[in-house]
Design a binder for this molecule. Structure first.
Ligand SMILES: Nc1nc2c(ncn2[C@@H]2O[C@H](COP(=O)(O)OP(=O)(O)OP(=O)(O)O)[C@@H](O)[C@H]2O)c(=O)[nH]1
Ligand SMILES: [Mg+2]
Length: 127
């Protein structure tokens, strides 16, 4: 996962990327994916497994894997790492009470094979 796999794909002129979105439950992952896709966000329920959304950007096809973040299912995140090209870690900056929890989970994740992280501040209307 990470920069090397993206470079390899670009060299092979592959136009399909797999992006994994993870973060604590209720951090806004599904909301972000739906917003980007121009879909209704008025009724959203917690993700229990995962959702896949396919989008196109600059001739690239992005398969976005939006994975549920509830505590009981976080241990399954690693099952999605294989063949993932990039990872987006979503933080709800207004949820100060759970920032330590968020930090702990991110540290756990970084022990796995994650080779590249871009900080990408995203502001939802209520964040
Ligand atoms: N975190 C966040 N949530 C917002 C914001 N604005 C609205 N929401 C609402 O807060 C909830 C966020 O939930 P989801 O998008 O389901 O969060 P999630 O990260 O996908 O949660 P899981 O699927 O349980 O992992 C939704 O009901 C949103 O409509 C915002 O600015 N930040
Ligand atoms: Mg969700």
């Amino acid at each position: 996962m990470g920069l090397l796999s993206i470079i390899r794909k670009i060299k092979r002129k592959e136009k399909e990327m797999r992006i994994l979105m993870v973060g604590l439950d209720n951090s806004g992952k599904t909301t972000i994916v739906l917003k980007i896709n121009g879909e209704d966000t008025s009724v959203i329920s917690p993700t229990l497994g995962f959702n896949i959304k396919t989008m196109t950007y600059n001739k690239y096809t992005l398969n976005i894997w939006d994975v549920g973040g509830q505590r009981t299912i976080r241990s399954y995140w690693r099952n999605y790492f294989e063949q993932t090209d990039g990872l987006v870690w979503v933080v709800d900056s207004s949820d100060l009470r759970r920032l330590d929890d968020c930090k702990f989970e991110l540290h756990n994740l970084l022990k796995e094979e994650v080779s590249l992280i871009f900080p990408l501040p995203l502001c939802l209307p209520h964040s």
